[in-house]
Design a protein around this ligand. Structure first.
Ligand code: HSE
Length: 302
């Protein structure tokens, strides 16, 4: 009558694939402990690691909102109740899919607690509702990789489809979160709704070659494909020293560098753990000199 689950942080967009590509990392992430209770309803007992930022109101928190919807759709709301402990092991509002990790951990925990009545494909639409609650748009490029793991592609939103792509063996990411607030809702407003054809052509070329490169384990082509001229120029303005961090990363053999999700976290990809750690060190040194408060992670894509 009790489950303990982990849902990973995710890097949405993979630079070139706005709202359609994303990957999961092995760390950080969210942990949820969910229990059946005699008391009806859903209750968040504790939240740790959020610096008091997240609501304890179960209808306002992504960890419980969609889980409750699923619970009611299954007609269980009069049979027993649910209690949740949420342990956030990742920064909030950072571009690392924090709301998605909470949504996925809540729904995944519920599904496990009930003996897995739903498949992951069936859980996905519920997960997307958590994103709607968090930022007003039911984008799937964080929840899909958090739920399925690895690298995911959303080939279609109507109907929603998800496809797992191959994960090259030695792909590591350096994640740098500068402590400035960039809510996804605001970051989405920065994007123009019209795209120049020449830029669109470049972008769909990038996406196609990225997918091919993942199938072929071609690390250099993965890096070359992960470029973005459409969204990065606007969003990068909100990230302190974005261009400098990009230069430092590329000088230190990053395969590519860009914004993680809607930012402010940035990501550099490497083909070894050592390479990713070296970039982490260089960027940490740089930001420390510039007196920018930040966190860093080196994670494996899986
Ligand atoms: N695709 C979304 C965006 C991801 O870029 O707004 C948000 O993390």
């Amino acid at each position: 009558d009790k489950v303990h689950v982990f849902a990973p942080a995710t890097v949405a967009n993979m630079i070139c694939g706005y709202d359609i590509l994303g990957f999961a990392v092995d760390y950080p992430g969210d942990e949820v402990i969910m229990k059946k209770t005699e008391k009806l309803g859903i209750e968040i007992l504790t939240i740790t690691g959020d610096e008091g930022k997240l609501p304890l109101d179960a209808m306002k928190n992504t960890v419980s909102h969609s889980a409750w919807k699923l619970f009611c759709d299954l007609g269980l709301q009069d049979s027993f109740g649910l209690s949740i402990e949420l342990h956030k092991k990742m920064p909030i509002g950072s571009g690392l899919g924090s709301s998605a990790a909470s949504t996925v951990s809540g729904l995944f925990a519920l599904n496990e607690l009930l003996g897995k009545p739903l498949s992951k494909n069936e859980l996905l639409p519920y997960c997307m509702e958590g994103e709607r609650l968090a930022c007003g748009a039911a984008h799937a490029d964080n929840v899909a990789p958090s739920l399925f793991g690895g690298i995911t592609l959303i080939p279609s939103y109507e109907p929603i489809l998800v496809r797992s792509l191959p994960v090259p063996e030695n792909l590591y990411v350096t994640l740098i979160y500068s402590k400035v607030e960039v809510p996804t809702k605001d970051a989405r407003k920065l994007i123009k709704d019209k795209v120049q054809l020449s830029k669109a052509i470049k972008q769909w070329g990038n996406i196609a070659s990225l997918v091919a490169a993942l199938y072929e384990n071609d690390y250099e082509e993965i890096g070359r494909s992960m470029q973005d001229d459409i969204i990065e120029p606007n969003r990068s303005l909100l990230i302190p020293y974005f261009n400098e961090m990009k230069s430092i990363s590329l000088e230190n053999n990053a395969l590519t560098f860009g914004i993680s999700g809607s930012g402010p976290t940035v990501m550099a990809l490497s083909k070894s753990k050592l390479g990713a750690e070296n970039i982490e060190q260089k960027l940490n040194d740089f930001l420390t000199i510039k007196e920018i408060e930040h966190l860093s992670f080196v994670s494996k894509i899986n």
